[in-house]
Design a protein around this ligand. Structure first.
Ligand code: TRP
Length: 453
């Protein structure tokens, strides 16, 4: 294992440490909750195709950009912009990043709380306590939502209090592979269930006429959300990154890992939706819109576990929701780390107070959402589908025209000595200077124009 110099800021423990932490941030509810839900709402396979394309041509280049800005400045997004340009507009952009982190986390914890509720639902169902199982499964129960969200938020804050943590690395190394194994076993099982074939076809056979501006925006938002991009989470994580690390390579691993898990989750959830529908659950209304909304996977996946039945169903159900809650935790940590490191770096607040104050504010916002979960869709649209790509756009413009690609090259050369002769450099440069900002801008403008027309 490579040894790493320890900056006073703290560092990842091993070469693998950063990749694990960034992958832990990427893999979460975005892959298993958001991706299948948004896809079911946006034409199945056509969405998958566009999503994969956008990850490659926008997501990956922006990830490299965020990591290099972070490692260069060793700062949170506000501090990073301040360190490299005098232009005040970027300070506003930095604040936007911090705000996105706060709001996204405040509804993220509600969904994450549901993973806890459903862990217990599996147990109560097995025990035959149907009344309790029904109670804990009710995603419209505000008090319950608030309770489990506070539980989850408390856990997130407690990790952040300790700073860059071994815990993240260990959780990702051990539990993520286990999650993959469970998902694969479940895929094999569901594919033998009646109705599943229709879902598989929806997932893998694209109908390109389904591609609309709305689908493009949804796919772009999903790419940013799932890769944890557009609000400086990877600027912040990159600030703890060693100079020996090869950034394009690390970004490649993280992207590949994240997309791989999302693909598997889709392979599980899409067939399960149609299996549940074949069993009589109402999933789509007459116009083909999702009835379930944000709670979709929490309604259909338990059907699968109950179908398996007995101890096997309990084992897979409880383990699945437990692992999902850990995956959510390694992501929520990165959401909280952005505003926390902002408060520490820019206002000199101690880590402990910063985490408690900001965590407290986020918990308060999440309490409002707990009692009105329809807010999730609206906030998710504003802050994830629009907000994150907007942040990504600013990051591209900042890197290309303010910090300048030449300086980025010097930073990237650390840990990637032969960058000058490698095809990566000219290609990435064109993407950051032109292709990414133009594409993001076009998609944002067409959809927003469509809304207000
Ligand atoms: N990527 C995470 C997921 O898929 C969510 C997340 C963590 C995130 N940090 C982020 C999303 C930063 C946007 C920005 O669940």
């Amino acid at each position: 294992m490579a040894t790493i110099e320890h900056t006073p800021r703290g560092n990842w423990n091993t070469k693998l440490g950063f990749i694990l932490a960034a992958a832990g941030s990427a893999v979460g509810l975005g892959n298993i909750w958001r991706f299948p839900t948004v896809m079911a709402d946006n034409g199945g396979a056509a969405f998958l195709f566009i999503y994969a394309l956008l990850v490659l041509i926008i997501g990956y280049p922006v990830m490299v950009a965020e990591m290099s800005i972070g490692r260069r400045t060793e700062k949170n997004p506000v501090g990073a912009f301040k360190a490299l340009t005098k232009n005040k507009l970027f300070i506003v952009a930095g604040f936007w990043c911090v705000l996105c982190g706060i709001v996204i986390l405040s509804y993220y914890v509600i969904i994450a709380g549901w993973t806890i509720s459903y862990f217990f639902e599996q147990i109560f169902h097995y025990a035959g306590w149907q009344e309790w199982a029904g109670w804990v499964a009710d995603t419209d129960n505000g008090w319950l939502n608030a309770g489990v969200a506070i539980l989850f938020m408390g856990r997130t804050i407690s990790v952040i209090l300790g700073g860059v943590s071994d815990g993240i690395e260990r959780a990702v190394k051990l539990l993520m592979p286990l999650l993959v194994v469970i998902i694969v076993v479940l895929i094999v099982y569901v594919l033998f269930q009646p109705g599943a074939g229709v879902g598989l076809k929806e997932y893998l056979v694209p109908d390109f006429s389904a591609i609309t501006p709305d689908l493009l925006l949804a796919a772009m938002g999903q790419a940013f959300f799932s890769l944890s991009l557009g609000m400086g989470a990877l600027i912040t994580y990159g600030s703890y990154l060693s100079k020996r690390e090869n950034i394009p390579e690390a970004a490649g691993y993280v992207t590949g890992f994240d997309v791989g898990i999302a693909f598997l989750a889709g392979l599980l959830v899409m067939p399960t939706i149609y299996m549940a529908q074949a069993q009589g659950l109402v999933i789509f209304d007459e116009d083909g819109n999702l009835v379930a909304g944000a709670a979709l996977i929490f309604q259909v996946l338990p059907e699968l576990f109950h179908e398996m039945g007995g101890l096997i169903g309990l084992f897979f159900g409880a383990t699945f929701f437990f692992l999902l809650s850990i995956a959510a935790l390694t992501s929520s940590i990165s959401l909280l780390e952005v505003p926390t490191s902002y408060a520490i770096d820019e206002h000199g607040i101690r880590r402990k107070s910063a985490a408690l104050i900001i965590g407290g504010i986020i918990t308060l916002i999440s309490l409002v959402i707990a009692f009105d979960t329809s807010l999730i869709d609206t906030l998710d649209f504003i802050f994830s589908d629009v907000g994150l790509p907007l942040g990504g756009f600013v990051i591209c413009i900042f890197l290309a025209y303010f910090w300048k690609t030449e300086n980025a090259r010097l930073e990237l050369r650390e840990g990637f000595a032969d960058i000058d002769s490698h095809w990566f450099w000219p290609v990435w440069k064109i993407f950051i200077q032109y292709i990414c900002p133009i594409l993001i801008g076009l998609i944002l403008v067409t959809t927003i124009w469509g809304i207000f027309r």
